[in-house]
Design a protein around this ligand. Structure first.
Ligand SMILES: NC(=O)C1=CN([C@@H]2O[C@H](COP(=O)(O)OP(=O)(O)OC[C@H]3O[C@@H](n4cnc5c(N)ncnc54)[C@H](OP(=O)(O)O)[C@@H]3O)[C@@H](O)[C@H]2O)[C@@H](O)CC1
Ligand SMILES: Nc1ncnc2c1ncn2[C@@H]1O[C@H](COP(=O)(O)OP(=O)(O)O)[C@@H](O)[C@H]1O
Ligand SMILES: [K+]
Length: 513
């Protein structure tokens, strides 16, 4: 499965990466060759992207295989004519296996790791610890991190910046290198994507080192970087002969005071392709909604029973409750009605908050519902709904999905989409200008729009999160939430080109000219 940069979209835990190494070696690839390829990829990256800063490359080697990679880097750089120094943490005689062999091939000096020895250094290659780090850095390695940071030297990390645990996205327990670039091997690891760990990695480059793709069948990863590779094949492009009812009918619950939220969601649901959108609101607020949204059907819903009646039409196949709905019994009743009607459902914002302390009731209903449910909390809403769940965003989203039986979209700079069966995706890049009022409403509207078109919830949520971020990139800084729905067509056009559908549309257009 290929992601945008051409590497696989799978993300491997450290344990899974060790399995990949083991399986490759069992399949006849020599461990020493993997290390040679890894070190060579890092050296190539140094030679390709290094700035014109004067001075030597200082390779810091640790006691394990990450250090072994470092010896290869140093040898390759020296062979390419680059001035290079190498410093080792610990004793050379303590090196074993492939790392000892790589050290034996290094014919230069082996310095003692010394935080005071940073004069005339242009770039630091951090090969102290990679996947094997099992406790916070201390002593000499911690002092080295601090000295490099004080000196303001650029850092290229091998596999993972030392001090970070590859599996974890939260802040490191001790000092860690802040790398400008990290070269990792075969597939990314969780720390390369989850914030704040991601911020320690800089640009992440994935190098292929000879591990065959076939090892993934045995490993069967459950975690992916969010990219079209995950969901494009299931994207609901309109067939040429479709009428609007075949593209689904989303029912969106609107509030009485915060009327903007449901309008943003409705526009987004239409832009992402829902055939029809009905917006249910109080009779008093109906003129506000109706005047501003000519393509949206407005329904006056006074009492809870009116919302149940609106759900009676089976063509209203996907429902969104929450944006601007208000934290009251009304909102909860609407959510419950949608669950009991067995619709595909998105619960966002106030529809999450109204279940604070009542999650047992909610989760019983999600389990019993004939439709899939998507919960889209930001961090604050997540804490309200799932007060006992700790860990980094990936772990929290996964536990919440298992507890609730719903797809959980934990929003942030690294939005995680998790399913009850542990499938999860992490969105690797979203621009910070998405952090503005109303963008979450747009996202929930996009998800319900895709659900209405029949896309399975895990894929719909992943697609919406990715497209949402891409639309924000396409618009650029200064974007406000109103801009987002109207930025969707550009991203959809690019995607439909990628999916090969654009050809069909062009044929149709040309036939009529
Ligand atoms: N064939 C392969 O497998 C390939 C692997 N590759 C490379 O190998 C890397 C993984 O190598 P690895 O497993 O040897 O672990 P690594 O990160 O070097 O450190 C382990 C050592 O550190 C020690 N230690 C841990 N924490 C510590 C601390 N805080 N402070 C001090 N010491 C600490 C720990 O010692 P101990 O726990 O026994 O005390 C142990 O001795 C991987 O990231 C990639 O770069 C590539 O070459 C491709 C092929
Ligand atoms: N620092 C950030 N970088 C990138 N995206 C962000 C950042 N902070 C928030 N977002 C995204 O912005 C959106 C905000 O949603 P939400 O908090 O629900 O806003 P609102 O309630 O105002 O609609 C989410 O999609 C989230 O992933
Ligand atoms: K490292």
């Amino acid at each position: 499965m290929l992601s945008q940069d051409g590497s696989g979209a799978e993300i491997l835990t450290v344990e899974e990466m060790y399995s990949a190494d083991r399986l490759a070696i069992a399949g006849g690839v020599a461990g020493r060759d993997l290390m040679e390829a890894a070190g060579t990829a890092v050296a190539d990256s140094v030679l390709l992207y290094e700035s014109s800063r004067a001075g030597a490359v200082l390779v810091l080697c640790g006691p394990g295989n990450n250090g072994g990679d470092g010896f290869v880097v140093a040898r390759r750089l020296k062979a390419a004519g680059r001035a290079v120094r190498l410093a080792l943490l610990g004793d050379r005689s303590a090196l074993t296996g492939d790392a000892a062999a790589a050290a034996a091939d290094w014919d230069g000096e082996i310095e003692v790791l010394d935080p005071a020895g940073l004069e005339d250094v242009a770039l630091v290659v951090d090969a102290l610890f990679g996947a094997g780090l099992n406790r916070p850095l201390d002593g000499l390695s911690a002092a080295m991190v601090e000295a490099v940071e004080r000196a303001g030297l650029p850092v290229l990390a091998v596999d993972v910046p030392s001090g970070l645990a590859g599996d974890r996205g939260d802040a490191p327990d001790g000092p860690a290198f802040r790398a400008d670039r990290t070269v990792t091997f075969f597939r990314k690891k969780p720390a390369h994507l989850i914030v704040p760990a991601r911020f320690f990695c800089g640009d992440v480059q994935v190098a292929q080192i000879g591990i065959p793709e076939s090892v993934l069948q045995e490993i069967s990863p459950r975690l992916f970087e969010n990219s079209p590779a995950l969901w494009l094949a299931g994207f609901p492009w309109r067939p040429a002969e479709a009428h609007k009812y075949q593209a689904g009918h989303a029912l969106i619950s609107g509030g009485t005071e915060m009327t903007g939220a449901a309008q943003l969601a409705s526009r987004a649901a239409l832009r992402i392709g829902a055939g029809l959108v009905s917006l249910a609101c109080s009779p008093a607020s109906l003129p506000i909604y109706a005047l501003a949204n000519p393509s949206v059907i407005t329904l006056a819903v006074g009492a809870a029973a009116d919302f149940v009646a609106a759900l009676a039409d089976p063509r209203r196949n996907a429902v969104l409750v929450g944006p601007g709905n208000g934290v009251g019994a009304d909102t909860r009743e609407r959510a419950i009605a949608a669950l009991e009607a067995g619709r595909s459902l998105v619960l966002d914002a106030d529809a999450l908050t109204v279940f604070e302390g009542r999650t047992e009731e909610l989760f019983k209903l999600t389990a019993a519902s004939a439709g899939e449910t998507v919960l889209t909390p930001h961090d604050g809403e997540f804490r309200r709904l799932f007060p006992g769940i700790a860990g980094d965003p990936l772990e929290r989203a996964r536990v919440a999905a298992a507890q609730s039986g719903a797809i959980v979209v934990l929003k942030g700079p690294d939005t995680v989409v998790a399913a009850p069966d542990r499938r999860a995706s992490i969105n690797g890049s979203a621009p910070p200008w998405l952090a503005t009022a109303g963008t979450g409403d747009v996202l929930s509207g996009m998800i319900v729009g895709l659900l209405a078109q029949g896309m399975p919830a895990f894929l719909a949520a992943g697609a919406a999160v990715w497209i949402h971020a891409q639309a924000a990139f396409a618009f650029g800084p200064g974007m406000i939430s109103e801009d987002l729905p109207d930025a969707l067509p550009k991203v959809l056009a690019r995607l439909s080109d990628e999916a090969g559908r654009a050809v069909d549309y062009r044929k149709i257009v040309n036939n009529f000219r």
